[in-house]
Design a protein around this ligand. Sequence first.
Ligand SMILES: Cc1ncc(C[n+]2csc(CCOP(=O)(O)OP(=O)(O)O)c2C)c(N)n1
Length: 344
Amino acid sequence: MLETAERGASSSTKAPPHERYLEAFRWMLTARVLEEKLASLYRGGMIVGGVYLGRGQEAISAACGMFLDKSKGDLFAPLIRDQAGRSAFGEPLLDVVRTYLGSAKGPMRGRDGNIHRGRPREGQLAMISHLGAMISVLVGRLMAKRMRGEKGFVGLTTIGEGGMQTGATHEGMNIAAVEQVPLVVVATNNHYAYSTPNDREFACAALVDRAKAYGYEGATVDGTDLAACLDVIGGAVKRARAGRPPQLVVAEILRLAGHGEHDDASYVAPEIKKESFAQDALQRAEKLILDEGLLGREGLQQMRAQIAAEVDAAVATAQQEDAPHASEEDWSALSTRELADQFA
Ligand SMILES: Cc1ncc(C[n+]2csc(CCOP(=O)(O)OP(=O)(O)O)c2C)c(N)n1
């Protein structure tokens, strides 16, 4: 097992190139601005169903999306707090807002209202809500690619510390190591699974210790530190691609939102908000960008304004599009009538 990567140690000794900071920051800010808009639309009653935000988790998520490469056949199986990673992996803003606003032109054709969207043929798997399910789905996809003779690809999926406690997660993690597929699992401990705190979720000293038990290589990272996230997650992707065992990265943060926008998170203990892992990753990344001289305050403002304009344009487009028409729709469980008929 690899040495646990201490916060700062990896980032200061082996800093990624500067342009990756700026690129990552843009994905983080894109996610934050987009999600602020989604929250606002939700509060205005314009989104039916849940809105789940990744506030505070953007550095980890952006790093996940950035190191995957569609041209190499990489697969990404994101969860609900992965907007930054989805964007970094190439998800257009229109895919997001079309889904939330129920447009029939969205990737799910108006059949899903939030985060179960994906484009599996392009490497982004559509999320299954049942926690842990995506790990074995991804392992299956990786095995299928290997059986077809493909090479050089990796798969990355994310999981929360709550999701890590399900049976499905255990089965998926285990079989990935048995089959030695090129898998990276990025687990984020944001200290609450809905309202359940860590001490009611697991009793082991550190979740990363499970890496050894499963036959993975493991590392930890401060999820509020963008430089460290790029270093540690980038390194895990590289090792998986190089044929090393599956990789488990455990990141620490505090969830800076409710479970969803319907939840005011009033159960979050005041003391925990003073912990260093409770810092806002976006604010820290902004400081990094300023300190490194990559952008000044004006440049940051311009970037935010540009992203906000792109988000607003996507919302304006999606708002004018039709929802699915009940009279024309064919609500078969499988995605097309042709597919459904094969099983009839
Ligand atoms: C097997 C299963 N049990 C329960 C749920 C309901 N549920 C959805 S999200 C969630 C909390 C997940 O917590 P965690 O994995 O820590 O991720 P976080 O929401 O904190 O990012 C629960 C209990 C579910 N989706 N699947």
